[in-house]
Design a protein around this ligand. Structure first.
Ligand SMILES: [Cu+2]
Length: 333
């Protein structure tokens, strides 16, 4: 899904002037707390400004040389009132905020776990049964984005292969950083069917703004059928299967498909090309070379890429898988 389509997403029902729809169990609680703090602050702001203006008119120095008049400078009663009442409001803000925070930190034990891997500039979502979907930059986005069941607690396990990303679903009122080298968790329970925007809310490089995916909420029944079908890739054409393996097996972590150098070389347009190896020899990128690159990556090292070697995929990819990957790399020409 491209960015223009996102603008046209219809968000019916609970949408307000200030906020997108309240599509999760947390949303109304977050909004209510926001409105409470907002209106208390607005009231205090207006009261202080109005008093300041009135007093500066009433007690202004009306002629040159006018001496200040004697006036009371202390009232215990007033001081107690203006300290205790605002403090009670602050305690209420803390209490409701803290309760919701603790609730956000503790996913229910029966939550359905989906893992989300952030990389420049897309998300890969892994479901417990092996299904995989993508969302974000056009080259990787399979159009499905994140898919979740309605009315079921879902806990996202977030990780990042490169820099900080942030998983942000405004309609669910959840946002959590994905940090390289560790797992972070965020959970929600969707309460509205539909498709909602999923943003990366942490500036992560030149195409950060394209790291724009969707969350689709399906009924439990539709979700169950969908996730079963999504995990079954036997009927996919080899090129599609190769594309999927490319993210499932983690190739995207090191290889970009849009010409950008990463830990490994970009893999678009390499098929059929003459590759220069370390030491100056050249080799044609054909099926056998790709196969060797996967099973014995150290046999031929691409020039200027010696620093972080590629790990071998021997034993992790079947012959069918390798053929599918070759078909996919061919399709990137
Ligand atoms: Cu990002």
């Amino acid at each position: 899904m491209n960015s223009l389509n996102l603008l046209a997403l219809t968000q019916s029902g609970t949408e307000s002037f200030w906020f997108p729809s309240q599509a999760s169990t947390t949303a109304a609680r977050v909004d209510n707390l926001f409105y409470f703090i907002f209106y208390v602050s607005l009231f205090a702001f207006i009261a202080i400004i109005v008093a300041t203006i009135l007093f500066s008119i009433k007690y202004r120095r009306t002629r040159v040389g006018m001496e200040p008049q004697d006036s009371p400078h202390h009232s215990t009663r007033i001081e107690i009132v203006w300290s205790v009442i605002p403090s009670l409001f602050m305690v209420a803000m803390f209490w409701y905020g803290f309760k919701d925070f603790v609730d956000r930190r503790n996913p229910p034990a029966d939550a359905y776990q989906i893992s989300a891997v952030g990389q420049k500039w897309s998300w890969t979502f892994n479901y417990p049964n092996g299904a995989v979907t993508n969302g974000g930059d056009a080259a990787i986005d399979d159009g499905e984005g994140l898919v979740v069941p309605l009315g079921q607690a879902v806990v996202m396990r977030l990780e990042s292969t490169d820099v900080l990303h942030s998983f942000f679903v405004p309609a669910f009122r959840v946002k959590q950083d994905a940090v390289p080298g560790r797992y972070a968790y965020v959970w929600f329970e969707a309460t509205e069917l539909g498709t909602f925007p999923l943003y990366c809310a942490e500036y992560c490089g030149t195409k950060h703004s394209r790291m724009l995916a969707t969350v689709t909420v399906k009924s439990q029944q539709d979700f169950d059928a969908w996730v079963l079908k999504a995990a079954d890739d036997s009927d996919l054409p080899p090129m599609e299967r190769g594309k999927k393996l490319f993210s499932v097996k983690g190739c995207i972590a090191c290889h970009n498909t849009q010409g950008v150098r990463g830990i490994g070389p970009a893999l678009n347009g390499v098929y059929g090309k003459q590759e220069t190896l370390m030491g100056g020899a050249t080799v044609t990128v054909d099926d056998n070379y790709i196969r060797e690159s996967l099973l014995d990556p150290q046999a031929k090292i691409v020039d200027t890429f010696g620093a972080t070697p590629m790990t071998s995929f021997a034993g992790q990819l079947s012959d069918d898988d390798i053929s599918a990957i070759i078909a996919y790399l061919k399709s990137l020409n």
